[in-house]
Design a binder for this molecule. Structure first.
Ligand code: MG
Ligand code: ZN
Length: 181
């Protein structure tokens, strides 16, 4: 398998922030399966990444659990919704995520996993056995970038304040060299 080459490196793992990258974020938190709505083009972009050989992980802060806004079972149901939409596929084909790593803690809990801390990224590398040079992180907030960089992983910011409007726009450029073959 030829993995996508990006900045001179072969990328096997794409780590995705969830809210604001895959699904629409809400200032009032995404609290239920019904409120979990994909951003246009994001699932298709994940399918394109998956077809390119990349493995996908979701790395997400979910302090709404610590705040009591929604229970873990609702979070897991949101991720089953994501998985089933990816499995159903669309014009770009199907996709699968290898896992979801989340921080359920409150900001003042002092944990090492809430981004901008790098704990979730370290967890990802030790659970799934990859190194910093095989991965890229895509997030929509400064703390995503900080978390990735803290773990030694290069990151790309998408969204309103990002370098690309959306995940889909970044994937266009990321996969372009492969498509020229
Ligand atoms: Mg986000
Ligand atoms: Zn945490």
């Amino acid at each position: 398998m030829n993995f996508p080459v990006w900045k001179g490196r072969s990328i096997r793992w794409v780590l995705l922030d969830r809210d604001g990258v895959i699904n629409q974020d809400s200032p009032d938190y995404v609290r239920s399966v019904d409120q979990w709505q994909p951003i246009a083009g994001s699932l298709e972009a994940m399918a394109r990444l998956y077809r390119s050989g990349c493995q996908l992980l979701v790395v997400t802060n979910q302090s709404g659990i610590g705040r009591g806004y929604y229970p873990r079972r609702e979070l897991f149901a949101m991720h089953r919704k994501l998985a089933s939409l990816l499995a159903a596929g669309d014009s770009a084909g199907v996709a699968q995520i290898e896992g979801v790593l989340f921080c359920p803690h409150l900001p003042d809990a002092g944990c090492d996993c809430r981004k901008p801390a790098a704990g979730l990224l370290h967890q990802a590398m030790s659970c799934f056995h990859f190194s910093t040079d095989q991965a890229v992180m895509v997030g929509d907030s400064a703390r995503d970038i900080q978390a990735a960089n803290g773990a030694g992983i290069e990151a790309v910011r998408v969204g309103e304040a990002g370098d690309f409007p959306s995940l889909s726009d970044w994937v266009d450029g990321f996969l372009k060299p492969q498509q020229r073959q």
